[in-house]
Every structure is written in C-alpha cells, then in structure tokens.
Design a protein around this ligand. Structure first.
Ligand code: PHE
Length: 341
C-alpha cells in the first residue's frame, strides 16, 4: 500500500538537495520537520485513521522522519565544511605582516658617554672607585686646600645642609683624599665617576646636577710628562687617533701646576666653527699635579710620592659630540630628546 508519506519524503529530500546555505537549511527544517510540516501533520492525524492502518502508517512516518533527520545532519556538516572553506579562502590571514615592535628602552646619553670613558680608562689600567655624593666641607674643600674663607670657593656654588659641615659634593675631587687614605702607601690608578651638585641658576649652560669623572694616579716618580702623555692617549682613544691636544695653564687649589686640556675641534677639524667659537679648540678637562698638601692629607709623603689628577664632564663631552645646545635636556626626561641617542 502506497502512503502519501513516500511522496512527502521524496519531495523533502529533493528540496534538501537544493539547499546551499545554512539560512535556507533552517527554512527547510521548518518546512519539512517543523510542527506544521506535512510529515508532522500526518503523524498528528494518525489517530483519525482506521485502526488497522495505524501501525503501518505510523512506522512509515517514523522511518521517514528519521531519514529526514539523518539527511539533515549530513547536510548540516557538509554546509559547515563548505562555509569554513569559503571563509578560509576569502578572509585571508596574512601571517607575513611584521608585528608591532615593542618599545625598547636604552641607556641615557650621559650613561653612554660615561661608560665609554670608563671603558677607556679601564683599558689603560685605571680602576673605578665610587665615592659618596653627600660630603663634608672638610673633604670637599679643606683637605683639597680650600681653607674656609679662601676665594677659590667662589668657583663652586655649594648646596649646604642644615647640618653643619654636611654638603652635596660640588666635584668628584674629594674622592681623591678618600681613596688615598684607604690605599696609602700603595700606588693608585683610579677613576672616580659620579654625580656632582652646584647651587646654580639653571640655564642652557649650567645645571644644578651633572656627572664628573675624576682621575687620580699616585706613585713614585710620576711627572707632568706622565700626565700629558696619559691624557693625550685618552683623547686619542676617545676622539680618534689623529686628534691633537693642547694644554693651557690654569688654577686649582689642589693641583700645582694646574692645566686645562683642549682637543682640536672634532666638528670643524680645527678650522673654526660655532661649536668651538671659531677657536678650533674645545676645552674638555681640568688637570694638574697633585698638590703636596693634598698628598700629605691623603697620607703620602710628598718628598717621595707624586701624582696627577684630572676631572672631566661627560655631559659636556656629549654636548660637543652631538651638538646639544641646552644642558637642561639631560635631566628633563623628554623621550623626544632621549630617543635620539
Ligand atoms: N674638580 C675640578 C672641577 O670641578 C676639576 C679638576 C679635577 C681639576 C682634578 C684638577 C684635577 O672643576
């Protein structure tokens, strides 16, 4: 006996063949397996059929329902794969695009110059000696031959504290006496890097804090010739093998004789430019033979021992190197400045 159920099933399966998208699959499910679909109506009407027909009609309808459900899930899976393939092909993910690089920090320009300077002195046999930033008037001035009312104190505007005799060091030179007292009577070859502080009106040319690198050599038979040769050697390693240097007489209370060392301007090669103020020379450090009084303050007998000392400013060297015209840029912490180095 042929039931309309077979026709329904065939019609539904043919319609399923035409389905090409998940949206039309939803519509198909409503039409053929939904509550008001012919198949469901048929099942709902079973009770109105003659009792003898009911079992056969019921099982045919249930078989049809199972067949349609099975066909539906096959189709669902096929559509899912097809749509995935389509998405993979059309929404291309380009894995070859470069990623966004994370921002990396770097060394501050003062630290870069400082490290270069210390590396050169290390090559030349000078150890780093760290001395304190908070000093006493005694070490910063008196033991360096600046008596309390000596006019040379005016060269270094000082931050005094409310504790008598406690100050911020105005230069790294007090470290000379500290290292001598610690090492005496050993020979000394040290550099003393560190921050110095001066009570300055802050301008493009003067900051209230800045680095210095001090140097000190003490031993038997050290002469001015050693000072000259050593500093000229440093200049060649720092600024290039062909750089020329010159020494000019100067005054510091803690060295005698005292000098300033100039190097030939590396911007213009000595012919004169705005950086060297048309002189062809750049002043880069102060130096001299350690004063006999300072040697004895450090514990060394000046009749037997002698030594030389020098002091230079990394910021000043960085300014000359990079054509930086405002010293305030070093501690203003502006990334637009810092990222350039
Ligand atoms: N301390 C001196 C200054 O700050 C520099 C210096 C150091 C000079 C060592 C001579 C010897 O100006």
């Amino acid at each position: 006996m042929a039931y309309p159920i077979d026709a329904m099933r065939e019609a539904a399966l043919r319609a399923l063949d035409e389905v090409r998208s998940s949206e039309s699959l939803v519509a198909w499910r409503v039409a053929h397996l939904g509550r008001h679909s012919p198949l469901m109506n048929f099942l709902g009407d079973l009770g109105s059929r003659p009792v003898a027909e009911r079992p056969a009609a019921g099982s045919a309808a249930n078989q049809a329902k199972q067949a349609l459900e099975a066909a539906l899930s096959v189709k669902e899976e096929a559509l899912r794969l097809q749509e995935l393939e389509h998405a993979l092909a059309s929404e291309k993910l380009d894995l070859t695009l470069p990623g966004r690089p994370p921002q990396r920090g770097r060394l501050h320009p003062s630290s870069q110059v400082l490290r270069r300077i210390l590396a050169i002195w290390a090559e030349m046999g000078f150890q780093v000696y760290r001395s304190r930033e908070v000093e006493s008037d005694e070490y910063n001035f008196q033991l360096l031959n600046f008596p309390p009312h000596h006019p040379a104190r005016d060269m270094q505007d000082t931050f005094y504290t409310t504790r008598a005799g406690v100050i911020l060091r105005t230069h790294t030179s007090p470290g000379q006496v500290r290292v001598m007292r610690e090492r005496c009577p050993e020979p000394i070859r040290v550099v003393l890097p560190g921050m110095c502080f001066r009570y300055e009106q802050v301008t493009a040319r003067a900051e209230a804090q800045f680095y210095q690198v001090e140097g000190l050599a003490v031993g038997v038979g050290i002469t001015l010739a050693n000072l000259k040769a050593t500093l000229a050697d440093f200049a060649r390693r720092m600024f290039g093998a062909s750089v020329r240097v010159r020494f000019r007489a100067d005054y510091f209370p803690f060295t005698e004789p005292s000098a300033e060392m100039d190097i030939e301007c590396f911007i213009c090669g000595g012919s004169g430019c705005p950086v060297c103020k048309r002189s062809g020379w750049l002043e880069i450090l102060g130096a001299g033979m350690v004063h006999p009084t300072v040697l004895s303050n450090g514990g060394y007998d000046p009749r037997r021992y002698s030594g030389f000392a020098f002091g230079m400013g990394p910021e000043r060297i960085a300014m000359l190197r990079h054509g930086i015209t405002d010293i305030r840029a070093f501690w203003a912490n502006d990334p637009r400045f810092l990222e350039q180095f």
